[in-house]
Design a protein around this ligand. Structure first.
Ligand SMILES: O=C(O)c1ccccc1N[C@@H]1O[C@H](COP(=O)(O)O)[C@@H](O)[C@H]1O
Length: 210
């Protein structure tokens, strides 16, 4: 645990809104009913510095999970930044082996990966609390072939992500049947700039699908 122990109590579909950069973004996501909010520490137009993230995390109520998002950095480095920012959980994107997750024992973890033939689909296999299936280009707004889930799909706390929008999230949930969804690009007016109306719309539609 990084910041505080927040049991994830979910009302219907778990919804994470990611890439928040301002207090207004946090308020919009929380007021909309998001279960989790994400702050990007990876190379991105959405990246926030640790001191900014710390301020934003302080504005997240205790019933909402705050998540630090990292990509292809050493796990220990991600853990240090997460601790400094005070987020509740660490989301790791990349081909991290189980040993990398083991370095973060005690933290709440989200294992983020694109779906490939050899992807471990058992949620918790690497010690993670949630599994996130995303497009091969995280944060790009690109969709991926949900038909790949026909062969095998995860069970339990897994999140669908990659190119979701208010217009396509209902169909995506119906097809993939995830435990939760995660969005960034699809609730923006331009890259890195959140549209609060789209956040409200996305969360409301996703929550209706449970
Ligand atoms: O949002 C980013 O820029 C980003 C950068 C590096 C790793 C992950 C990133 N975001 C994650 O991507 C999905 C959202 O994807 P989309 O924009 O909705 O297609 C979400 O899991 C973010 O945490």
């Amino acid at each position: 645990m990084v910041h505080r122990t927040v049991p994830v109590t979910v009302d219907g579909m778990f919804v994470k809104v990611c890439g928040l950069r301002t207090e207004g973004d946090v308020a919009a996501a929380v007021d909309a009913g998001a279960d989790a909010v994400g702050f990007i520490f990876a190379e991105s137009a959405r990246r926030v510095e640790v001191d900014v993230a710390k301020r934003l995390v302080a504005a997240v109520p205790s019933h909402v999970l705050s998540v630090g998002v990292f990509a292809w950095v050493p796990a220990a480095e991600a853990g240090e930044i997460a601790l400094a920012a005070g987020v509740d959980a660490v989301q790791l994107h990349g081909d991290y082996p189980p040993e990398a997750f083991a370095e973060l024992t005690g933290m709440r973890l989200i294992r983020a990966t694109a779906l490939r033939d050899d992807t471990e689909l058992a949620v918790g296999a690497y010690g993670e609390e949630m599994l996130l299936l995303d497009s091969p280009m995280p944060g790009s707004g690109e969709r991926w072939d949900l038909g790949l889930l026909a062969r095998e799909r995860p069970r339990g706390k897994w999140l669908l992500s990659g190119g979701l929008t208010p217009d396509n999230v209902a169909a995506a949930i119906a097809g993939a049947r995830p435990w939760g969804v995660d969005v960034s690009s699809g609730v923006e007016s331009s890259r890195g700039v959140k549209d609060h109306g789209l956040i409200r719309e996305f969360v409301a539609i996703a929550k209706e699908q449970a």
